[in-house]
Structure formats: C-alpha cells, structure tokens
Design a protein around this ligand. Structure first.
Ligand code: NAP
Length: 251
C-alpha cells in the first residue's frame, strides 16, 4: 500500500456528507484524470464502499490496469434513496461482495472492511458479518479483512482478530491511540480515515493546516496508509508531496 490512498466518497455521493463546502460530483473525464494523476504521484490505494453512491460503479468503469491498484471496499452499510441502511447478516454480506465485484469489474477485492454503525461491540459479538468475510477470504474473493471501527474496544478486538483496521487519527480525536499502539505491537495493517477531519482542518491554500494534519497522522509508527478524499488535482498533488516528504524522511 502507498502511504497515501485516495478516498472516493465524492466520486459518487453528494447527499448527507459532512464536508465544509458543497461540491459537484466530477464527470468521467475528471475522474479519469484524478486516477491517472494518482498513479503518477505513486498512489495505489483506492478507498470505496457501497455506501458511497456510484463510487464503486464508476471506478469499475474508469479504472484501467486494475492489478496495479489496492482496492479497499466495505460491507454493512448501503446508501439508497438518500438514506443509510445497515445490515450485517451473512446473506447480505455475501450479496454485497458479489455486487461490489461486479460493479468494480474485478474477481477479487484487496481489502474489505465492515462499515460500523457505531455499535462495534454488537456488530462483532452478535452479527455474522466478520465470519462471512472470513469465508469469502478463504474462497479467494477477498485478500484481507477488517473493520472501520468507531470505538476503542471495537478497534482493539479487530487488531487482535482481523488483518486490517481502519482507525481515526487527527489532533482532535485520540480515541484510537491505544488501538494503534497495539497494531504496532502485532504488526497489523493500519489505514487512517478522517486525517483531514473531512476538510475541517485549516485548508487555506499554502496554509499550514494540511501539513500539520498530515504530520500528525504519520507521527504514529503504526500508520501504513492515510485515506484522504479529494476531487481537486491541486489538493491531491499537495497531499502526495507532503506525505512523501514525511514518509521518505522516516525511512
Ligand atoms: P478527509 O479525507 O478527512 O477530507 C476530505 C476533504 O478535505 C474534502 O472535502 C477535500 O476537498 C478536502 N481536502 C483534501 N485535501 C485538501 C487539501 N490539500 N487542501 C484543502 N482541502 C483538502 O475526509 P473524508 O472524505 O470524510 O474521508 C476520507 C476518506 O476516508 C473517504 O473518501 C472515505 O473513503 C474514507 N472514510 C471512511 C469512513 C468509514 O467509516 N469507513 C468514514 C469517513 C471516511 P477537495 O475535494 O476540495 O480537495
């Protein structure tokens, strides 16, 4: 995984999102250009989900050389008719993976994460989703499984029992610090979400907000990859340059 991954919510969904400014979903040419630019900048991770509207479908149509990419998708949440719906049953998990494979035009997913509804513990203890993902991994449809958690307890369980954790890390949210500490001890995969607080860090052009936010994310040695969402080529380039300065100097 490259240290910076591209988050693709904005490729497919503009309803009920928490960004500071409204935006237009980019057209096919703009998405093609963002994907090509990502490759040129050394980015190989794409983060998508059924809950991101048409994101998976568009990636399936517009992505070339699928095997060059690490595709991260999710199960558990769907977004239909302007509403989120959660379902962690075995049947829906299998159907979701079948649909994601079809939409993404591929025969395997690199990483599949459970999209938590907030109640990590109930999902882990009472739902079939993680066991179903394990079976789909054994069947060769998925390479690595994990969860995008919302609680420390859920994160700690996932670090022990799955391959990859998607955790939150930014200077306003320290909930997952113990999770990252444990992931480092166990050498588990760590992908970070909300590193830029969904764009609510100080993002003025040339300002220090983005640099400080990225610095903070990579100040923990457990972090393998930050998923940052953007549909702006200048922001993508800035993020990639800043992250490569941080991670190159750490090598
Ligand atoms: P984010 O990456 O923290 O922030 C994205 C926002 O920051 C966008 O509005 C973007 O606007 C802006 N931005 C990015 N780079 C910038 C720069 N250099 N200068 C100024 N503004 C910049 O938030 P996110 O989209 O909520 O999360 C990122 C990804 O994580 C998502 O795409 C998704 O794949 C994943 N995620 C997963 C979960 C989960 O529960 N699994 C939850 C949240 C997010 P522009 O488009 O204008 O650049």
């Amino acid at each position: 995984m490259s240290p910076l991954g591209l988050g693709t919510v904005k490729f497919g969904r503009d309803q009920q999102v928490k960004y500071p400014w409204s935006f237009e979903i980019p057209d096919d040419n703009a998405v093609r250009e963002l994907l090509a630019l990502s490759r040129d900048l050394g980015i190989n991770v794409l983060d998508t989900a059924p809950a991101y509207g048409s994101s998976e479908q568009r990636l399936g149509q517009l992505l070339t050389q699928r095997h060059d990419w690490v595709i991260v998708s999710k199960v558990g949440e769907a977004f239909e008719n302007g509403q989120s719906r959660f379902d962690f049953s075995a049947q829906t998990t299998r159907q979701t993976i079948e649909r994601s494979l079809k939409k993404l035009n591929t025969d395997y997913l690199d990483v599949v994460l459970v999209h938590s509804d907030g109640d990590d513990q109930r999902v882990i203890e009472q739902e079939d989703v993680l066991e179903s993902l394990q079976q789909l991994k054994q069947a060769g449809l998925i390479r690595a499984i994990g969860m995008s958690t919302k609680t420390t307890t859920g994160g700690l369980w996932c670090v022990e029992h799955t391959d990859v954790i998607m955790a939150t890390r930014n200077s306003s949210d320290h909930t997952d610090d113990p999770v990252l500490d444990r992931a480092l001890e166990l050498n588990k995969g760590v992908v970070i979400k909300k590193g830029l607080q969904s764009g609510h860090v100080d993002t003025k052009a040339g300002g220090s907000g983005i640099e400080e936010a990225l610095n903070y994310v990579f100040s923990h040695d457990a972090v393998n990859c930050l998923i940052a969402g953007t549909i702006n080529p200048k922001h993508l380039t800035q993020n990639a340059h800043l992250v490569s300065q941080l991670t190159d100097s750490a090598d």
